[in-house]
Design a protein around this ligand. Structure first.
Ligand code: SF4
Length: 312
């Protein structure tokens, strides 16, 4: 599988099958907290990066096994709205499954009506808005030079007017960068204008692209969520997991860890095994040089090592 991964437990979306429409690491931004590493192709021009037929064929192969999914989620190793295949692929997913479709986006291109039209085919859009001031936007998201946070907020307001599904706005708070009362007040004002169904307040929980990028405390996250209004919540770690054990566990673990670092808990939930079994599998894969250990704060994560003859 090159373009479809999981199902994986998501903090926001329950049991979610991921679909990746771009190639690593293609994005309109280069966020300091990114779990996918530094952006190597920072761009705003949309393009077709993968064969959409191949994506849908992979999806059909996974769905044939009948996994009990909450969502098919378009995300992956970059910004999905850069893909001109976004709308047609959502149409194709709808023909195959009743699972809801979500798109995770950094919202950098929502100023473009064609992008809003493609996004509007989803059931749930999860756009990011980490900063509204130009200074904090530059520091936390390191965007393409043409992106303007005020225009992005206007684009999100337009999206809300055009889209009848749910918008779950995510804001990732980084210590010392976008956690000031002034910045939070600007985000709160934007939230009042955008009127998302939910606001999900997050922080740095996995190894970030830039060393030294720090999480804020859970107390500060709770204060920020309170300041962002009644629709805001601090998002929690996943609980529960797959209802069935997935064959080819090592392949699944590798696919998950190739996209973002995973914990023993993540793997146990995704594969449907105990924590002890998960730790044993991860240990064996680390000993074989398939995974490497990455420490972030007090937590240990596991990333995929590149296999011979392929990129990461
Ligand atoms: S966090 Fe999202 S928007 Fe930011 S660089 Fe990574 S993929 Fe791009």
């Amino acid at each position: 599988m090159k373009h479809v991964f999981g199902p994986v437990p998501s903090r926001r979306l329950g049991l979610s099958l991921g679909v990746d429409l771009v190639v690593p690491k293609t994005c309109t931004m280069d966020c300091i907290y990114c779990e996918c590493g530094p952006t190597t192709d920072c761009r705003i021009e949309r393009d077709s990066f993968v064969d959409p037929r191949a994506v849908l064929d992979e999806l059909a192969a996974v769905l044939k096994d009948g996994p009990r999914l909450d969502f098919v989620t378009i995300s992956g190793s970059g910004e999905p709205t850069l893909s001109t295949d976004l709308g047609p692929v959502i149409d194709g997913i709808r023909e195959m499954t009743d699972a809801r479709v979500a798109v995770l986006t950094n919202a950098g291109l929502v100023t473009d009506p064609a992008v809003r039209a493609a996004l509007s085919k989803a059931d749930v859009i999860v756009p990011s808005l980490d900063a509204v001031s130009a200074e904090a936007f530059e520091r936390v998201n390191r965007p393409h030079a043409s992106l303007d946070p005020a225009a992005i907020v206007d684009g999100l307001v337009a999206l809300r007017q055009e889209f009848s599904g749910e918008i779950w706005l995510e804001t990732v708070i980084v210590a010392g960068i976008n956690d000031s009362d002034d910045e939070v007040a600007l985000i709160a004002e934007a939230v009042r204008r955008i009127r998302p169904d939910r606001v999900q307040v997050n922080t740095v929980v996995r190894p970030p692209a830039v060393a030294g990028t720090e999480a804020v405390s859970s107390e500060r996250l709770a204060e920020i969520a309170a300041a962002l209004g009644p629709s805001a919540e601090v998002i929690a770690q996943p609980s529960g997991g797959s209802q069935r054990r997935i064959d080819g566990a090592e392949e699944l673990i590798y696919e998950m860890a190739a996209r973002r670092p995973v914990t023993v808990q993540d793997v146990a939930s995704a594969v449907g095994i105990s924590l002890a079994e998960s730790a044993k599998l991860i240990g064996a894969m680390t000993d074989e040089g398939v995974l490497e250990v990455v420490r972030h704060g007090d937590m240990l994560y596991h990333s995929a090592m590149a296999r011979k003859g392929e990129g990461k």
